[in-house]
Design a protein around this ligand. Sequence first.
Ligand SMILES: NC(=O)C1=CN([C@@H]2O[C@H](COP(=O)(O)OP(=O)(O)OC[C@H]3O[C@@H](n4cnc5c(N)ncnc54)[C@H](OP(=O)(O)O)[C@@H]3O)[C@@H](O)[C@H]2O)C=CC1
Ligand SMILES: CC(C)CCC[C@@H](C)[C@H]1CC[C@H]2C3=C(CC[C@]12C)[C@@]1(C)CCC(=O)C[C@@H]1CC3
Length: 345
Amino acid sequence: MATRIRPSSKRCTVIGGSGFLGRHLVEQLLVRGYLVSVFDIQQSYELPGVTFHLGDLCNKQALLPALQGVSLVFHCASPFPGSDDRSLFQRVNVDGTGAVLEACQEAGVQKLVLTSSASVVFEGTDIKDGKEELPYAKKPIDYYTETKIQQEKLVLQACNEENGFLTVAIRPHGIFGPRDPQLVPILVDTARRGKMKFIIGDGSNLVDFTFVENVVHGLILAAEHLRPKSPLCGRAYHITNDEPVQFWDFMSQVLMGLGYDAPRYHLPYWLVYGLALLLWLLALLLRPVVRLRPTFTPMRVALAGTHHYYSCTRAKQDMGYRPLVGLQEAIVRTVESYPHLRRGA
Ligand SMILES: NC(=O)C1=CN([C@@H]2O[C@H](COP(=O)(O)OP(=O)(O)OC[C@H]3O[C@@H](n4cnc5c(N)ncnc54)[C@H](OP(=O)(O)O)[C@@H]3O)[C@@H](O)[C@H]2O)C=CC1
Ligand SMILES: CC(C)CCC[C@@H](C)[C@H]1CC[C@H]2C3=C(CC[C@]12C)[C@@]1(C)CCC(=O)C[C@@H]1CC3
């Protein structure tokens, strides 16, 4: 029988630690004195003191060596949300999370902090100051959301104080910041192709965009407040910048900060949503012949044209969460971090 290394409370593993959020988390954990290992399907950087374990999280045997002697695990891995590959989402977010749970328990891990998403309650219609009590989306808007719901349920149900295995889910919304491969790059690419001229709807819809360092702070607070009998056990927490902003104002600030024109002309929401739906169906039908990747997916149009902002009161009460970086400073720091995406660069 393999000998189990005694877990140290400052030793942790970040699954998905090569990704955007995961790498910011790793960097902050090091600053706060943690010993960090990364488990990921790829290695995107090197940092002194960080051990990388490469493998697929769906493979429990591959995970086990990365969890030896570790008391705390952060799970931040997921396929790209814009993908249309249903079986990949099912395999990684659902079956893979099952493997993570089994491996954690087998290795004697005491705490698992999942990065879920506030989108688990989003059905494409307005959410204003949404609390964690909102029911999961009955008709999830895409495969990403569908499998993030199942993933969160699996993780929260696995919380078992008697067995000494505690779990909590953090639900960020619209993460942005330096090195984000999604929000700013997609926005700039759309602008460079001349498709960022239109505002979907009347432009007054409020949303949450959350600076990556605030999400990291929420994840670490969650880990540190997750103890036997604490209110965090088996619960979900919204983490936002606590400063809802008009979607199109935010987009315009980022675009103008990088030297692009802000969108000006309005298009009716339902028209654009209907077109996005048609395009999505067409892409599905043509998939055996050609792989179309529409920029304006139904999910993105819904996110661009509705209110979706969430209350983080529960996180404030139970773990003393406050955003560390305000929205304006976060936008400036983000824009400055993308010199290569500036107009004309
Ligand atoms: N970005 C956002 O706005 C939001 C993100 N989230 C959640 O935050 C988490 C982190 O997201 P983010 O940092 O943006 O995503 P990234 O894609 O940047 O990071 C995810 C990492 O996980 C890796 N990965 C994917 N599949 C596997 C696998 N089977 N085994 C091991 N590693 C794997 C990825 O590798 P590769 O790149 O090669 O696939 C990547 O390195 C996710 O759980 C996401 O659902 C929640 C709310 C908002
Ligand atoms: C083309 C434009 C209409 C929109 C360009 C920006 C979008 C790429 C982003 C705006 C809101 C973002 C967002 C996510 C991904 C990137 C955006 C669609 C998520 C879907 C990422 C994963 C989540 O868990 C929820 C996020 C909500 C906001």
